[in-house]
Design a protein around this ligand. Structure first.
Ligand SMILES: Nc1ncnc2c1ncn2[C@@H]1O[C@H](COP(=O)(O)OP(=O)(O)OP(=O)(O)O)[C@@H](O)[C@H]1O
Ligand SMILES: [Mg+2]
Length: 253
């Protein structure tokens, strides 16, 4: 039996402004399991990012509850929540959000200092090892503006990994990358997942979606369907693409 990492119950999200209410998430029930590479798909505006932020506690929900390993996040103070986000979750976004005046190495190490994962020396060593593992060691002393998009994203993944997160949340991490950098980053994520890292990723891209073993489809703020697949194997990528593509067509994606 897989362990449940995140349990979302009746998640509702309504935006209020100018006297009107817009309901984005409509009573969503969803569990996210350990070791899975879970994907969220759906049309633009379906609520994918909103759901990701609701499940990660980055954004307050207006109804329902979210628990992480049995601890209710909706009941935590802003401070406790910030601590959880810094030490238990890792985040990767479309734009890397690396700090522009820090080198790749400093960006990764800084996240370790914030997470207080060890002594400064231990943190620097870990940052170095992670940058090596992500294949960007040679660019470690450059600023984000002086590396390619793929290198910057790999450094951002190293930053997300430094606190040994229970779960990585990724919102279209390949959305701003060209084809070859996309494949590099996807290979990296597949590799992390193979080594036990749980990942929850929003994507528009079929090539990214096939990396997952569990695909959720969101429509108008509701979970419409899901698809389970065996773990990713590059040798069967074409078959997998056909299967996912057929599933998406059946949902009129
Ligand atoms: N702060 C906000 N106030 C009002 N409406 C919002 C706010 N944030 C998001 N929305 C609306 O909520 C809906 C869902 O947004 P969300 O960003 O979750 O969609 P998405 O599925 O991630 O779309 P995309 O694929 O384009 O990134 C959209 O219609 C969006 O305009
Ligand atoms: Mg989005």
């Amino acid at each position: 039996m897989k362990q449940t990492l995140i349990e979302g119950r009746n998640i509702c999200k309504t935006f209020t402004g100018n006297g009107s209410h817009t309901t984005i998430l409509q009573s969503i029930n969803v569990d996210i399991y350990e070791d899975d590479f879970t994907i969220i798909m759906g049309a633009s505006g379906a609520g994918k990012s909103t759901l990701l932020y609701a499940l990660s506690g980055m954004d307050q929900i207006t109804g329902g509850k979210v628990t992480y390993r049995g601890t209710e996040m909706t009941g935590l103070s802003e401070n406790q929540m910030a601590g959880l986000r810094a030490t238990v979750f890792g985040f990767v976004f479309q734009q890397t959000q690396l700090v522009s005046n820090l080198t790749l190495f400093e960006n990764v190490a800084m996240a370790g200092y914030v997470g207080k994962i060890g002594t400064p020396k231990e943190i620097r060593k870990k940052a170095q090892n992670l940058l090596r593992q992500m294949g960007v060691e040679s660019a470690r002393d450059r600023l984000p503006s002086h590396v390619s998009g793929g290198e910057a994203q790999r450094a951002a993944i190293a930053r997300a990994m430094i606190n040994r997160p229970g779960l990585i949340f990724a919102d279209e991490p390949t959305g701003a990358l060209n084809r070859s950098h996309t494949e590099e980053v996807l290979d990296l994520l597949s590799n992390l997942n193979e080594n036990g890292q749980s990942i929850l990723m929003v994507t528009h891209d079929l090539r990214a979606a096939i990396r997952g073993n569990r695909l959720l489809y969101l429509e108008d703020g509701k979970l419409l369907d899901e698809l389970s697949l065996p773990s990713y194997d590059a040798a069967f990528a074409k078959d997998r693409e056909a299967k996912v593509s057929g599933w998406l067509s059946s949902l009129e994606w």
